[in-house]
Design a protein around this ligand. Structure first.
Ligand code: C5P
Length: 267
C-alpha cells in the first residue's frame, strides 16, 4: 500500500524473474515473434485515450489479453471516488469535499488483462461504479485539479509496478505517460458511441434508453477536458476512428502497430 491508500495488485502471471514478459500460448504478441520464441524484454506501456464510448476499454482489455499484460483502467479510479462521494451524499459542486474524500479512502485495484476489480475501504464496487448515475457524476470529480494530481501520481506508480501495461483514459499519452511506447487515440461518432454504450448497459441489466445514454455522453463530452488533443496536434498518437470498424479490426490494427514498434525496438 502506498501513502494515499491506493493499492495495486500486480498481474504476476506473465512475468518471470528476468523482468521479461513471456510471449506464449496461441495468443501471442505477434505470431511470428512467438514462433521465434521471442519475449518482450523491456516493460512496454501502451496508452489509449479518447472520448467516452469510443471503444477504449474493450480494445484495451482485448489487446492486454493478447499481449498477456495488465490493463490499467484509470476511469475506474475516478469513478470509485465519485461512487464514494455519492454514497456519502457529497455536494458534487464542492471540489474541496471531493478532494478530501479522494485523499481519505482506501482505493484498491486488481489489474488483470481482462478484468478490473475495484474496492473502496474493503468493499468491492466494481459493478456499482458503472451506473449512469456514477458516469454522470464522475466528470465533476475529474475536473478537480487536486484529485487529478493525486491520481496522475498514483497511475505513474502503478505503471512502474505493473511493468508492461495497457492503460486507458483521457490523459494517459499526454500527461501520465508522455514517454509511452505506443499511443493510441480512439474516436467514434456520438451516435455510434451512444448505441454501443447502450448495448453494454442493457447487457449489464441497466434499464436505460439510447436517448438517455446519448445525453449522458454529450454532457460528459462537454465537461471532460479533451486532454488527448496535444497528441493529435503533435502527431504522436495513432488515431483510429472506430465508428465503422468491428472490434476485431480495431484489435488487429492496434496489435499490428504495437508489433511494428516491438520489432523496431528489438531490431
Ligand atoms: O473511461 P471512463 O468512461 O470509465 O471514465 C469515466 C470518467 O472519468 C470520464 O468521463 C472522465 O470524466 C474521467 N476520466 C478522466 N481521466 C482519465 C480517465 C477518466 O478524466 N484518465
Amino acid at each position: 500500500m502506498n501513502r494515499a491508500g491506493i493499492q495495486v495488485h500486480r498481474y504476476e502471471a506473465a512475468r518471470d524473474n528476468t523482468g521479461a514478459v513471456p510471449v506464449k500460448g496461441g495468443k501471442s504478441l505477434m505470431d511470428h515473434r512467438l514462433e521465434a520464441g521471442a519475449t518482450l524484454r523491456a516493460a512496454m506501456i501502451v496508452t489509449i485515450d479518447g472520448p467516452a464510448g469510443s471503444g477504449k476499454s474493450t480494445a484495451a482489455r482485448k489487446v492486454a489479453a493478447r499481449l498477456e499484460i495488465a490493463y490499467l483502467d484509470t476511469g475506474a479510479m475516478y469513478r470509485a471516488i465519485a461512487h464514494a462521494a455519492e454514497s456519502r451524499g457529497t455536494d458534487f459542486e464542492d471540489g474541496d469535499a471531493l478532494a478530501a474524500i479522494a485523499r481519505s479512502i482506501k482505493l484498491e485495484l486488481d489489474c488483470g488483462p481482462t478484468f478490473t476489480r475495484v474496492r473502496v475501504d474493503g468493499h468491492d464496487i466494481s459493478e456499482a461504479i458503472r451506473t449512469m448515475s456514477v458516469s454522470a457524476k464522475t466528470p465533476f470529480v475529474a475536473r478537480e485539479p487536486a484529485i487529478r494530481a493525486l491520481l496522475v501520481a498514483r497511475q505513474r506508480v502503478m505503471g512502474r509496478e505493473l511493468g508492461s501495461c495497457i492503460t486507458d483514459g483521457r490523459d494517459q499519452g499526454s500527461v501520465v505517460f508522455p514517454d509511452a511506447d505506443v499511443k493510441f487515440v480512439l474516436e467514434a461518432s456520438l451516435q455510434t458511441r451512444a448505441h454501443r454504450r447502450h448495448r453494454e448497459m442493457i447487457a449489464d441489466g441497466e434499464d436505460v434508453s439510447v436517448e438517455e445514454v446519448l445525453e449522458n455522453l454529450q454532457t460528459r463530452d462537454n465537461v471532460d477536458a479533451k486532454q488527448w488533443e496535444p497528441l493529435l496536434a503533435s502527431g504522436q498518437a495513432v488515431v483510429i476512428d472506430t465508428s465503422k470498424m468491428a472490434i476485431g479490426e480495431v484489435i488487429a490494427h492496434m496489435v499490428s502497430v504495437i508489433s511494428t514498434v516491438v520489432d523496431g525496438r528489438s531490431a
